[in-house]
Design a protein around this ligand. Sequence first.
Ligand SMILES: *Cc1c(COP(=O)(O)O)cnc(C)c1O
Length: 420
Amino acid sequence: MLPGFEYLNGDLHFDGQSVSKLAAQFKTPLYVYSERLIQERYESYVRGAAGRRVQICFAVKANSNLSVLRLLAGLGAGADIVSGGELYRCQKAGMPSSKIVFSGVGKTDDEIEAALQAQIMLFSVESAEELNRLSALAARSGQRAPVSLRMNPDVDAKTHPYISTGLKANKFGIPYTEFDAMIDHAQTLPGIELSGFGYHIGSQLTDVSGFEEAALRGKELARRFLEKMGKLPFLDAGGGLGIRYKGEAPPEPEQYVRRILSILDFPETTILFEPGRSIVGSAGALLTTILFRKENEEKTFYICDAAMNDLIRPALYSAYHEILPAREDRVSDRNPLRRGDLVGPVCETGDFLARDRDLPHFEQSDIAALATTGAYGFVMASNYNSRPRPAEVMIAGGKPVLIRRRETLDGLISAELDLS
Ligand SMILES: *Cc1c(COP(=O)(O)O)cnc(C)c1O
């Protein structure tokens, strides 16, 4: 079984709570997170960092619910943000600005100004034009913006092409061949405090070799930075550690962090890690109700009340999420798995949560749990087909707590101006 799941008297439980009862109490589709599992993963990072200067900056884009951010802030985490919206969420959740790094290739003036005003820890800058703009805006308000140069190490992360970011062919980062020139240029700018550099090569990496390759390049760049600047306050090793969706065997955060720190052996430097998925991914589940079944000669379609607008990963990346029936007896010798698709009500052929899989023999009104949906799940939800976004629940202190209400029909149209 995946972490957090177990059958008790034939009834599926997630972090000690009956999935059927959660569905009855909060309705479906419903995202459920486990405070305990989030905390365990964060603490594995902390153990790996023992004895070194390290700041873990949670990648907010993986799960930006205020309660998730508040939980992590309380454990000592900082944040890696990619928009002004994420900065706003961090501020609302009590995340200290002094632990926030602002990443992303396209920051607007408004976003930069908000981050300058908040006095965040670092701007991760991805181009010369961005550096110049940041300098101008900072200087205008008499500030020097702390900057980390995001380098593109040209390392193949060997992950899905849509989430690979460290190759020359990707839009991310500054080519590492331009490193020295960028350092020289940054030093001529009045509004820039050059404080380090970083990289992030991709997401869902399940093997340390890509990380090692990037860290070796990072080590070489760190030496050059030190030669030119005399000190290296920050080195940002990015995020991207993978999790087990289906049989993968990624290292534990603790082992991964130890290994990378052993390569990035600069004791005076604060090494940043920016994990998202590996902290929240396996700490979440999406519950859905089976509405109807349809069969043809080839397979069974199970039509459920969750759809691609609630969880887009299967449609976008052909992602696999394990599907667990709330009732254990839906899978048995008498009831073997059958070929089928789990699909939603959205009018798109791409609207599937599982395709051509061996699935439990669900019946109408059954509850199913899609595992490992705590990262890049709710945050990618949309209102396509005018479907209100799901509610979110956190299991905290042994009790389920509503942390986001289900979107209402009025909420769906609240920003629209009806000109009639
Ligand atoms: C997306 C992203 C992360 C987090 O990636 P995960 O795979 O969720 O750990 C970290 N840093 C940057 C710059 C990112 O874009």
